[in-house]
Design a protein around this ligand. Sequence first.
Ligand SMILES: [Ca+2]
Ligand SMILES: [Ca+2]
Length: 214
Amino acid sequence: MLMLTVLSCLCSSLLLLLLSVSGGKLPEAEVEIEVLHKPFLCRRKSKYGDILLVHHDGYFENGTMFHSSRNEGDKQAMWFTLGIKEAIKGWDKGLQDMCAGEKRKLIVPPALAYGKEGKGKIPPESTLTFIIEVLEIRNGPRSHESFQEMDLNDDWKLSKHEVKEYLKKEFERHGYPPNDTLHENMVADIFAKEDKNKDGVISSREFTYRHDEL
Ligand SMILES: [Ca+2]
Ligand SMILES: [Ca+2]
């Protein structure tokens, strides 16, 4: 129970690090992307692991709107992490290489949206259209910057020791006492999922890229 509470209280970076999805078969489905607006100046482009601030409108195939972040709820744009299935797969595929200020139309087949089951007001097998505007792009916890912060000896690999030190720091930052047994278990869990080639270290590539999961 305590462990659950502790885990659920740790925010973004740690949870994202723990988040790992076993790779299934790649769906054949593709997202249709239409760029509606591209700003003249583009300082950086979105990539996996970035967090994006987005406004989004969703439509059914018949043109009926089923959601609009501008008109519904708190009318706030939302933060979204690219590439970790935080939203639907269609977003992870369709929102790469975007500039802040860019607006795209995505046509997402059911396999990359809510599939055979549907969800809430989305009926099964729905192809969905989204108009998405990216307002801001920031480094997410999967960024090179985060990696460098964890990589204490700058060898571009994360050892178990480095990950453990990071966990300790994160625990302290969130007001929890260090817990050696818990940290050991978490490190073991992280390495089981993230050290893909089982060489005992998490390389920057293992840390940053998650392509095969999409
Ligand atoms: Ca290192
Ligand atoms: Ca490795």
